[in-house]
Design a protein. Structure first.
Ligand code: HEM
Length: 438
C-alpha cells in the first residue's frame, strides 16, 4: 500500500506562496489556509524549489516529531539561529546533538530544579517589592519589559550565580542585558551577542584555575562528561550551550508570562481563583519545591495561555529522505511547517478554540486529547529540554504575585501579536498594580 502511494506521488492540496521573511500576514494566511485545506496542505516558497507543507493534525505530528523524527532536520529559519547559537543544542544535528542532549539532560533533573526554587522566588520577590511601591504611588508598569527582566535575571543567575555579581561589579553594568534590551534578532545583534562568548570563556577559565564550582548550570556544564568517552565538552561547544540557554530560556518564558498576565487581566474570575489557590497552598509564604504540584490551577492558567499564545508559534523541519504523511508524498528537501498556534486551535481537539478556559488542562480532560494536540514545548526526542524548569519558574512567579497584587490592563492600548522568531507582543503592554480585595 505504502509503495503504491509513493509511486503515485500524490501531493496535498493547496496553492500560494510563503515568504520566509515572515511579514505580518504570514500567520493569518497560514491559519486561513488551514481552515480551507485542513490537516496538511502545500505552499510554494519564495526561496527554494521545494514545497512547503503545513501539517496540523496530531496523528501526523507524532509521525514527524516522534516516530520518524530521524528523517527530519531543523528547517527554515535555523540559519539565523545558527549564527546566534553556533552548534548549541537548539541547532545541532545527528551524533553531536545526541551526545550533547545526553550530557545536558541531567541539568534539568527534578532534584536540580528543586534547588533552583529559592532563586526563582528571589527573582519574583524583587519585582513584587517594586510593584507594591508603584501600587502605593499609583504608577503603571510595562509588563512586557518587566517579564523580560525577571526571566533574564533568573536564567543568568541559574547559569552563572556568584560570577554574575562579580561581572556586574567589574563592568559597572550587566553585559548580558543586551538580550532583553534589543528586540531585533538580526546580524548586528548576533555580532554583539557572540561577543559575550569571551566573558563566558573567562568565567570557565577562572573556575578551572580556582577549582571553584558554585551550584549553577555553568558548573554542571564544566563537569559534564560524555558517558562513552569520559570526555568533557570542548570549550567552544560549552560556550554555545551556555548562550543557547540564555536565549532559549529567556525570550520564550518572558513571552509566555506576558500573555499569561494579559489573559488574567481579561478574566477577573481567573485572577480570583489564582489568588485563592495561592492563599490556600502558600498562606502568605514563598513556594517550596513541594508546593509546585499543589498549584495546579496556576499551572492550568499558564498552559491555557500558551495554548492561545504559544511562544514557539512555528516549528520547522526539512525532510532528508522521502516520506509519506497522511497519505501524501513528501519529496526529499520538503520544508515542513508545524504551527502550535494553529494546532492549538484545531476544532476537532479544542472545543470553542478561541475561548480562554484553563479547565481544559484538568488532568481528566487533558487525558482525552491525543498526544500532539498541545505543542507549546513540542514533543518527541527534540522537545524542549527546559520545559519543567520554565513551568516551575512561571508557577512560582504567577502564584507569588497573585497572593500580593492584581494587575489591571490599562485600557485603550493596542494588543497585537508579532509572529517572528517567537510570538511576541507587537507593542509593550502596560498594567497597573492594584491591592487585593481580601
Ligand atoms: C515557556 C518557555 C519555553 C517554551 C514555550 C519553549 C519552547 C520550546 C520549543 C517549542 C522547542 C522545540 C523547538 C523546535 O523543535 O524547533 C524548544 C526547544 C528547546 N528549548 Fe525550550 N521553551 C521554553 C523554555 C526553555 C528554557 C527555560 C530552556 C533552557 C534553559 C529551553 C531550552 C531549549 C533547548 C536547548 C531546546 C532544543 C532542544 C533540542 O533540540 O534537543 N527552553 N523549546
Amino acid at each position: 500500500m505504502k509503495n503504491e502511494m509513493l509511486s503515485e506521488k500524490k501531493l496535498p492540496p493547496g496553492e500560494g506562496l510563503i515568504d520566509f521573511a515572515f511579514p505580518d500576514e504570514t500567520l493569518p494566511m497560514l491559519l486561513e489556509k488551514f481552515h480551507r485545506h485542513g490537516d496538511i496542505y502545500k505552499l510554494n516558497s519564495t526561496r527554494s524549489d521545494a514545497w512547503t507543507y503545513v501539517v496540523s493534525h496530531p496523528d501526523l505530528l507524532r509521525h514527524v516529531l516522534s516516530t520518524n523524527y530521524r528523517n527530519y532536520r531543523k528547517g527554515v529559519g535555523i540559519e539565523v539561529v545558527n549564527i546566534l547559537l553556533g552548534r548549541g543544542l537548539m541547532v545541532s544535528e545527528g551524533d553531536l546533538w545526541k551526545r550533547q542532549r545526553k550530557m545536558i539532560q541531567p541539568m534539568f533533573h527534578r532534584s536540580v530544579l528543586e534547588r533552583f526554587t529559592a532563586l526563582m522566588s528571589r527573582c519574583s520577590r524583587k519585582v513584587i517589592s517594586a510593584w507594591q511601591e508603584k501600587q502605593r504611588t499609583g504608577e503603571v508598569i510595562d509588563i512586557t519589559e518587566e517579564m523580560s527582566q525577571v526571566t533574564l535575571n533568573f536564567i543568568l543567575y541559574a547559569l552563572f550565580s556568584e560570577d554574575l555579581d562579580r561581572l556586574i561589579e567589574q563592568q559597572g553594568n550587566n553585559p548580558f542585558s543586551i538580550v532583553a534590551e534589543e528586540s531585533a534578532r538580526n546580524l548586528q545583534f548576533a555580532r554583539r551577542f557572540r561577543a559575550l562568548s569571551g566573558l563566558v570563556k573567562d568565567m570557565v577559565a577562572a573556575r578551572q584555575s580556582e577549582e571553584r564550582r558554585p551550584f549553577d548550570l555553568l558548573s554542571m556544564m564544566i563537569d559534564a562528561r560524555d558517558k562513552q568517552t569520559g570526555e568533557p565538552m570542548p570549550e567552544k561547544q560549552l560556550i554555545d550551550e551556555v548562550l543557547t540557554a540564555v536565549v532559549a530560556g529567556h525570550e520564550t518564558t518572558a513571552s509566555a508570562l506576558n500573555w499569561t498576565w494579559y489573559m488574567i487581566s481579561q478574566h477577573p474570575e481567573v485572577g480570583e481563583r489564582l489568588q485563592q489557590e495561592a492563599a490556600g497552598v502558600l498562606g502568605g509564604r514563598e513556594p517550596t519545591a513541594a508546593d509546585i504540584n499543589h498549584l495546579s490551577y496556576t499551572r492550568q492558567v499558564i498552559e491555557e495561555s500558551m495554548r492561545l499564545y504559544p511562544p514557539g508559534w512555528l516549528l520547522t523541519r526539512r525532510a532528508l529522505g522521502e516520506d509519506e504523511i497522511g497519505g501524501y508524498y513528501v519529496p526529499p528537501g520538503t520544508d515542513l511547517f508545524i504551527s502550535p498556534y494553529i494546532v492549538h486551535r484545531h476544532p476537532q481537539f479544542w472545543e470553542d478554540p478561541e475561548r480562554f478556559r484553563p479547565e481544559r488542562f484538568v488532568p481528566e480532560e487533558a487525558a482525552e486529547r491525543p498526544q500532539g494536540a498541545y505543542l507549546a514545548f513540542s514533543m518527541g526526542p527534540r522537545n524542549c529540554i527546559g520545559e519543567a524548569m520554565a513551568m516551575q519558574e512561571m508557577i512560582i512567579h504567577i502564584s507569588m504575585v497573585s497572593q500580593q497584587l492584581r494587575l489591571a490592563l490599562i485600557p485603550d492600548q493596542p494588543v497585537e501579536i508579532e509572529a517572528k522568531v517567537n510570538l511576541r507582543p507587537k507593542h509593550h503592554l502596560y498594567m497597573k498594580p492594584e491591592a487585593l480585595h481580601r
